[in-house]
Design a protein around this ligand. Structure first.
Ligand SMILES: [Zn+2]
Length: 332
């Protein structure tokens, strides 16, 4: 956008005009799933252990979630998508996160925690940015706890900044991949991995184990992991491109990449097999208390790397405002 153009006035798309598709996900026995994951992860990590545990209080560092747990009617939400970002961004794809619980038929008497990865509300900085969504909303649509952060770049140098969103800002642009739950403690998968020996990143490794062992099922996991040691490669989206981006190479050239020191805490969503909803099958954004943030790609220090993760198994996947015309550009 040229500097002379005024910022467009944007209002969120009214909830009643958003399409919503809800499908059940396969929920294997948790103990069996833990043992399948533990065996499978040993192809990617020298040490891997997966158990079923009551998650610790995830409001504490380094997780800092807006509610203590990941349980209670857990759902994967896939909102919008890359076809609204490329080849040219559609700024009118603007959503109010407070609409989502009702849209996906969440319990009307329980607060809902939403965590995950998406694009920041463009209006907040009059600029595109990454969003680490982390918000607890009560059934009346009031924000009970706002821990969402956004990461933005600067155009004239190679720096970035992470900003805490205020309670009054609860919108998002273009795309988001979220775990919604009642934020209660309960049984989750606790995963520890150390020393990466395979080519895949942590989340892809998890997803591939599920695809291999449950080839006909869609299993959805959402939660949080911390890269405890080593370094992580991330990207931060700069301002929306004024030139059409039509290939993965052009998208890569547009994105700004950074290498960040651990610890790095990610909010993470994955679905093993897309049940025909044009999903982004994995997406994780992270932050730490030193002012870093962005989209997780992989650790760059496989020998030193250690992961600790807590994931909830989702009951449903909910596709909101699925693009009619789709493509596969920029989903990495
Ligand atoms: Zn991302």
């Amino acid at each position: 956008m040229g500097n002379s153009e005024p910022a467009p006035v944007l209002t969120p798309i009214p909830a009643e005009s958003l399409s919503v598709e809800i499908q059940p996900l396969h929920q294997p026995d948790l103990k069996k799933l833990a043992s399948v994951l533990e065996n499978g992860l040993k192809q990617t990590f020298e040490e891997a252990s997966v158990s079923v545990q009551t998650c610790p209080d995830l409001t504490q560092a380094p997780f800092n979630l807006a509610a203590p747990g990941l349980c209670g009617q857990a759902k994967i939400l896939d909102v919008g998508g890359c076809p609204y970002l490329f080849p040219l961004a559609q700024r009118e794809k603007f959503y109010d996160i407070k609409d989502f619980p009702k849209l996906v038929q969440a319990a009307e008497d329980k607060p809902q925690l939403m965590i995950g990865a998406g694009a920041a509300p463009w209006t907040f900085l009059s600029r595109n940015a990454e969003m680490m969504t982390n918000i607890l909303i009560d059934p009346q649509g009031q924000v009970l706890k706002q821990n969402t952060k956004i990461a933005r770049t600067f155009d004239d140098n190679n720096e970035y900044e992470v900003i805490n969103l205020p309670e009054t800002e609860h919108k998002m642009s273009i795309l988001s991949n979220l775990l919604m739950s009642e934020g209660r403690p309960g049984p989750v998968l606790a995963i520890k991995c150390k020393k990466r020996i395979g080519p895949d990143n942590f989340v892809t490794a998890l997803r591939k184990v599920l695809v291999e062992n449950y080839p006909k099922d869609s299993i959805g996991l959402g939660g949080t992991f911390v890269v405890q040691t080593g370094k992580v490669k991330v990207h931060i989206m700069p301002e929306l491109s004024s030139c059409p981006l039509t290939t993965d190479a052009q998208v890569e050239n547009w994105l700004k990449f950074f290498e960040i020191n651990a610890p790095f805490t990610c909010l993470s969503v994955l679905v093993s097999n897309d049940p025909g909803l044009d999903l982004r099958v994995e997406h994780s954004h992270g932050f730490n208390d030193r002012g870093d943030g962005g989209h997780y790609h992989y650790d760059t220090t496989p020998d030193e790397t250690e992961y600790l993760a807590y994931y909830s198994v989702a009951q449903h996947v909910c596709r909101i405002d699925r693009p009619v015309e789709s493509h596969q550009i920029g989903r990495d």
